[in-house]
Design a protein around this ligand. Structure first.
Ligand SMILES: Nc1ncnc2c1ncn2[C@@H]1O[C@H](COP(=O)(O)OP(=O)(O)OP(=O)(O)O)[C@@H](O)[C@H]1O
Ligand SMILES: [Mg+2]
Length: 354
C-alpha cells in the first residue's frame, strides 16, 4: 500500500486499521525503527512494542473523542519498541483517527524531537559533570600529594632506626600504602594536554590493545574480531585512543571468567551527535563481553571517578577512558545486562588532509 504524501514525509508514520493492525508504514518509519516494513505490516500494534499500554491508551482516546491525541508529559511519552535484543528506542507518539484506508483507522506519528533533545541534554549534563569532577579531583590530588610525601618520608626515617620487628611491620604498611596512594594520585593527575593528532588505522590500534591485554590475561581465550574492512582511518591522538580502549578491554577481561568471550567490532555510523555537535560520519568501536554485567548499584555512575565494583579496583579506568575520548571529540557509551555488556567508543571522522 502506498500513499505518496506520506511516503515522502520526514516524520515516521504508520496507519492502523480499526483492529489496530499495522496496514502501512512509511520509509521514515523504517529508518526510525531500524526495521523493514515487512517486519511491521499486518502485525497488531501490541505485538511490536514492549510497552504498548501508552500507545493503546492514546489510540483509544483518539477514537473515543474523534480527535488527535499526543502522549504529553515527560514520563508517559516514552514508549519503547523492541528492535532487537540490545537496542531500545525512546519516542513520543501522536494518534489521529483517519479514513485514509477507505474505512476507519488510525494514523500514528512518531516524534524524534524529544529523544534528540533528551540525548543532547544528557550529553551536556555529562560533560559539565565530568568537567567539574575532574577539576575537583585534580585539586584534591594536588593537596594530598605533598603531605603524603611527608608521611612516607617520616615512616622511612622511623624505619631506618633499629625498630623491633613488630614496629617495622607498621612502618612498612605506611610506606606501601603511601606508595599505592601515590600511584593513584599520579593517574588522577594525567596532564590535560591537547591531543597530538595523527591519522591512523583503528584496527591496528585495536590489535595493539588486544596484544597487551592478551599478555596481561593469558587465560582469555582470545578475541573475536568483527571488523568492517572498509573502515576509514581516523584523525585523533592515537596513544590516547589506545589508552582508552585498553581501559575498556581490560575491564572486559577482568569481568569474564576463563570461558568468557570478548568480541571487538568496528563500523561506520552516520549522523551522530557527540558532545553537542552533529557529525555526518563516525567510527564506532564496540567491545562486547558475556561476563556478569555491570553491577546494578553502580550502573548509573561508572564514568564517575572512584566508582568501582571490583575488589582492589580504583574506579578510574572508565572515568579516564571517557575523558580521553572526549578530548578527541568522541564519547564512550555503555549498555549492560547480565551476560551481555557492550562498551562503544565513538570517534568522529574528519576529512582533514595531513
Ligand atoms: N565489562 C564489564 N563487565 C562488568 N563490569 C564492568 C565492566 N566494565 C566495568 N565494569 C564495572 O565498572 C567498574 C568501574 O570500572 P573502571 O575501569 O572505571 O574501574 P576499575 O576497573 O574498578 O579500576 P581501574 O580501572 O581504575 O583499575 C568496575 O569496577 C566494574 O565493577
Ligand atoms: Mg578498570
Amino acid at each position: 500500500m502506498k500513499f505518496s504524501g506520506l511516503d515522502a514525509a520526514a516524520t515516521a508514520m504508520m496507519i492502523l486499521d480499526s483492529s489496530r493492525i499495522i496496514r502501512y508504514a512509511n520509509p521514515s518509519a523504517e529508518n526510525f525503527f531500524n526495521t523493514s516494513t515487512k517486519n511491521l505490516l499486518d502485525k497488531v500494534i501490541d505485538s511490536v512494542f514492549i510497552s504498548p499500554n501508552i500507545i493503546n491508551e492514546i489510540i483509544s482516546l483518539a477514537s473515543e473523542n474523534d480527535c488527535t491525541f499526543k502522549s504529553l508529559d515527560q514520563t508517559t511519552n516514552i514508549l519503547s519498541l523492541k528492535l532487537d535484543e540490545n537496542e531500545v528506542l525512546d519516542f513520543s507518539t501522536m494518534a489521529s483517527p483517519t479514513n485514509i484506508l477507505g474505512k476507519p483507522g488510525f494514523l500514528l506519528e512518531f516524534n524524534t524531537v524529544n529523544r534528540q533533545l533528551q540525548k543532547i541534554q544528557r550529553d551536556e549534563q555529562m560533560l559539565n559533570q565530568a568537567k567539574g569532577n575532574h577539576e575537583l579531583i585534580r585539586n584534591l590530588a594536588h593537596e594530598i600529594k605533598n603531605p603524603l610525601g611527608g608521611l612516607r618520608g617520616a615512616a622511612q626515617l622511623l624505619a631506618s632506626d633499629n625498630l623491633n620487628r613488630d614496629t617495622k611491620k607498621f612502618t612498612d604498611v605506611i610506606i606501601s600504602e603511601a606508595d599505592r596512594l601515590h600511584k593513584l594520585l599520579d593517574r588522577l593527575l594525567i596532564p590535560t594536554k591537547l591531543p597530538t593528532i595523527q591519522q591512523f588505522n583503528v584496527h591496528e590500534a585495536i590489535r595493539r590493545v588486544t596484544d597487551l591485554t592478551q599478555a596481561e590475561f593469558p587465560k582469555t581465550i582470545g578475541y573475536k574480531e568483527n571488523f568492517d574492512v572498509s573502515l576509514p582511518s581516523v584523525i585523533a591522538d592515537k596513544e590516547q585512543i589506545i589508552q582508552a580502549m585498553l581501559n575498556v578491554v581490560r575491564n572486559a577481561s577482568q569481568a569474564i571468567k576463563d570461558t568468557g568471550k570478548i568480541t571487538i567490532s568496528t563500523e561506520v555510523i552516520r549522523q551522530v551527535t557527540l558532545l553537542k555537535k552533529l557529525h555526518p560520519l563516525a567510527v564506532k568501536i564496540s567491545v562486547r563481553d558475556n561476563g556478569p554485567g555491570i553491577p546494578e548499584e553502580i550502573k548509573n555512575k561508572i564514568f564517575s571517578p572512584l566508582i568501582s565494583g571490583r575488589k582492589n579496583g580504583s574506579g578510574l579506568g572508565l572515568f579516564l577512558a571517557q575523558k580521553l575520548i572526549n578530548q578527541n571529540h568522541g564519547a564512550v557509551l555503555m549498555q549492560s545486562k547480565p551476560g551481555d555488556t557492550v562498551f562503544s567508543i565513538i570517534l568522529p571522522i574528519t576529512f582533514k588532509e595531513i
